[in-house]
Design a protein around this ligand. Structure first.
Ligand code: NAD
Length: 289
């Protein structure tokens, strides 16, 4: 590290709270070191109370970029100069690019999911997907999928505080993209089965299957899955959720959330450096396979 950090090294910051558990510093610093790029990535405990000052600091220190996570993904928008189309539609930002003092907010979670599919040889473009969830991860995936050319998206969610967000997402997709979108109650399991039946892909984009709901799934049994269906999960710990286990038993091709995690970082990395993250090296080093 003493050799790597110089008077020229540029700082990228992750601003969130809590954040000490994050794997992002390990991912980005490994990629910078591997490619010999003169950047360092550090995590900063920043919440909504200190966010405005942190963004001013980013400008003052001429930091080329930053990542944001909860609780700052929506709160940061008033402090930025522009938003990418996906960030505007999502109403959330996880990556900032600072170009000569002009700060643009991007959301790379959805790109990360779509890239992860592509990396696994899965092509959902022009097809129908069914997806459960309407929180941060789900919205980013739904918006990006619609922007990228997925033909139809059936969204399921429980009737909790995220329900209204799901309605807004359906409206935005319908009005601003060529994709057809609809919202259903996740409690309506007959409808869920019906929508999955003519979908190319089913995605879990809720926290179901990870702690404190590890070992659980809202999919009642294997009859919901046919062998040709692709089944994906945003959850990456555990690497195989109860739902993915069930899907594998039904003969489906599956993908967990590791790829999305890596590719959302790769997209941010590209936005800051103009360089592709060395994906194969990262998978080996970080044991993402
Ligand atoms: P969030 O809090 O914004 O959204 C939570 C979602 O889960 C909502 O749609 C909510 O209605 C739903 N939900 C809550 N309890 C439920 C239940 N009992 N049954 C069914 N649905 C329920 O969370 P988020 O940030 O969108 O994260 C969701 C999951 O995605 C988490 O497991 C998180 O770790 C994962 N995630 C993964 C990546 C990645 O890169 N792989 C990125 C972001 C989030």
């Amino acid at each position: 590290m003493a050799e790597r950090i110089t008077g020229h090294t540029e700082l990228i910051g992750l601003m969130a709270y809590p954040i000490r558990h994050s794997s992002s510093p390990a991912i980005h610093n490994e990629a910078f070191a591997y490619l010999g790029l003169d950047y360092a990535y550090l995590a900063f405990e920043v919440d909504n109370d200190t966010l405005e000052d942190a963004i001013k600091g980013m400008r003052a220190l001429q930091m080329p970029g930053a990542n944001l996570s909860m609780p700052n993904k929506a709160a940061v928008i008033p402090y930025l100069d522009d938003l990418s189309p996906a960030a505007r539609l999502c109403g959330a930002v996880n990556t900032i690019v600072n170009k000569d003092g002009f700060l643009t907010g991007h959301i790379t979670d959805g790109v990360g999911y779509m890239q992860a599919l592509k990396g696994d040889g899965i092509d959902v473009i022009g097809k129908k997907m069914t997806i459960a969830g309407s929180g941060g991860a789900a919205t980013a995936i739904q918006i990006q999928a619609a922007l990228d050319g997925v033909k139809e998206i059936s969204i399921f969610n429980i009737k909790d505080k995220f329900w209204d967000n799901a309605k807004e997402t359906v409206d935005k997709i319908t009005e601003q993209t060529d994709c057809k979108a609809a919202l259903y109650d996740l409690a309506d399991l007959d409808k869920l089965k019906e929508e999955i039946e003519d979908s190319y892909l089913f995605a879990n984009a809720t926290g179901m299957g990870m702690k404190p709901r590890e070992g659980q799934t809202y999919i009642p049994d294997k009859s919901f899955f046919r062998p040709e269906l692709i089944v994906t999960d945003v959850v990456y710990s555990p690497a195989e959720t109860a739902m993915l286990k069930m899907a594998k038993e039904a003969g489906c091709k599956t993908m967990n959330g590791m790829g999305m995690l890596l590719f959302q970082a790769a997209e941010a990395f590209y936005l800051w450096t103009g360089k592709e993250m060395p994906i194969d090296h990262m998978k080996k080093t970080l044991k993402f396979d």
